[in-house]
Design a protein around this ligand. Structure first.
Ligand SMILES: [Zn+2]
Length: 102
């Protein structure tokens, strides 16, 4: 499991995992908290879920789509295949329209 914590999305500070034992119920709550500004995740039963929540960013989906379109252009573009070439041109235009350097 990848336990690397991204910097705090608000201040760039270091995230720290906290394990809070709930004595009355005999289970733990995990949170990740910024050591600088105290930004904190919700409480999770599993450490990896708290880390996943901390590392989630609003632009993750956007970056994934950009990477996919870039791969289409660089890996599969074939100027000799007209249909394929049209798809690559559309991908290229779409990326440029949204300000991505290709
Ligand atoms: Zn912070």
């Amino acid at each position: 499991m990848n336990e690397t914590l991204k910097p705090c999305p608000f201040c760039g500070g270091k995230g720290v995992v906290f394990d809070q034992e709930q004595n009355d119920c005999n289970y733990s709550d995990f949170t990740v908290e910024c050591s600088a500004c105290n930004a904190i995740t919700a409480q999770y039963l599993y450490k990896n879920k708290a880390i996943e929540a901390w590392n989630k960013r609003a632009d993750d989906k956007y970056n994934e789509l950009v990477e996919f379109l870039q791969n289409i252009i660089t890996i599969s573009c074939d100027a000799n295949n007209n249909e394929n070439h049209l798809v690559c041109c559309k991908a290229l235009k779409l990326l440029r329209k949204h300000g991505v350097e290709v």
